[in-house]
Write a protein that binds this ligand. Structure first.
Ligand code: NDP
Ligand code: 8X3
Length: 258
């Protein structure tokens, strides 16, 4: 029997933004943490910052590398093997120009990371979550972009629509084992997300957040914590969270000038 006093959260993309905020939130509540991402230095820094509070294991990995994910999961130290919570957070958008001008390599990378990477981690950890049983949870970080089309959203939004439907479908299969699955769909959140999307162009990032009160990563981490801490019989299917400043736009009508 595993030790249920120290639940284990496995977080992908813990090196910044929402994933990092989740690491802090769950550490504050005494959870053991498995933190993953590609940037090893950041993982080490996070481990140093948190391991005085809770046990922390870090694994430097790219979620698109199926074998690396398998190795990381297979070689989890025994204290971290019984995973209670998977937060599938690693993801990115690349570019915001029109579809017809997009770089196909960017499209492939979004699909590889947001879809295939998420699928890799999920498939490999589901048996562990099922073993943990009632109360175990998968939180997939979707996006409002999976529901709401906008110019330049093309493949990014479509990957998040995948995340939503995948969450529902997996839930159908694992529910009988007491495992819960949630699509947690944030709106505008101030993190490195836009800097990555705009390929390091700080001026666009500054303009994007100017005059707004965007969500902060900790706002989403708080929701993730709430979802994971609900009684074991409660499954939030989808939770969409936006800042007050982010509103819908009216339909754009294209008119014939002639
Ligand atoms: P950040 O750019 O701050 O964080 C993204 C994280 O994903 C980083 O830790 C990064 O780590 C990791 N990551 C990216 N690619 C890979 C990869 N191939 N393998 C492993 N890890 C990877 O952005 P956010 O925190 O905002 O984004 C987190 C999630 O939230 C994403 O799925 C995003 O789509 C979603 N989201 C974000 C919103 C926003 O407005 N910010 C709104 C809605 C959803 P590293 O580079 O070290 O690998
Ligand atoms: C990110 C939210 O609105 O920038 O998923 O697409 S948005």
């Amino acid at each position: 029997m595993h030790d249920t006093r120290h639940p284990v959260a496995f977080i992908t993309g813990a090196t910044s933004g929402i994933g990092e905020a989740c690491a802090h939130r769950f550490a504050a509540a005494g959870w053991s943490l498995v933190l993953t991402g590609r940037r090893g230095e950041r993982l080490s820094a996070l481990q140093q910052a948190l391991e005085s509070q809770v046990p922390v294991h870090v694994a430097e990995l790219d979620v698109t590398d199926h074998e690396a994910v398998a190795d990381a999961i297979e070689s989890l130290p025994s204290a971290f093997r019984h995973v209670t919570l998977l937060i599938n957070n690693a993801g990115l958008a690349l570019g915001k120009g029109p579809a017809q001008d997009a770089d196909l390599a960017d499209w492939h990378r979004m699909i590889d990371t947001n879809i295939k990477g998420l699928v890799n981690v999920t498939r490999l950890l589901l048996p562990r979550l099922i073993e943990t049983g009632p109360g175990a949870t998968v939180i997939n970080i979707g996006s409002i972009a999976g529901h709401t089309p906008y110019p330049g959203g093309h493949v990014y939004g479509a990957t998040k629509a995948f995340v939503e439907q995948f969450s529902y479908n997996v839930r159908c299969d694992v529910g009988e084992h007491g495992v819960r699955v949630t699509d947690l769909a944030p709106g505008m959140t101030e993190s490195e997300f836009t800097l990555v999307r705009m390929k390091g162009d700080h001026s666009v990032v500054d303009d994007y957040y100017k005059g707004t009160q965007a969500l902060q990563p900790r706002d989403i981490a708080e929701q993730a914590f709430h979802i994971a801490m609900l009684p074991a019989h409660v499954n939030i299917t989808r939770l969409e969270v936006t800042p007050v400043c982010q509103q819908w736009a009216p339909f754009r009508i294209l008119r014939d000038d002639s």
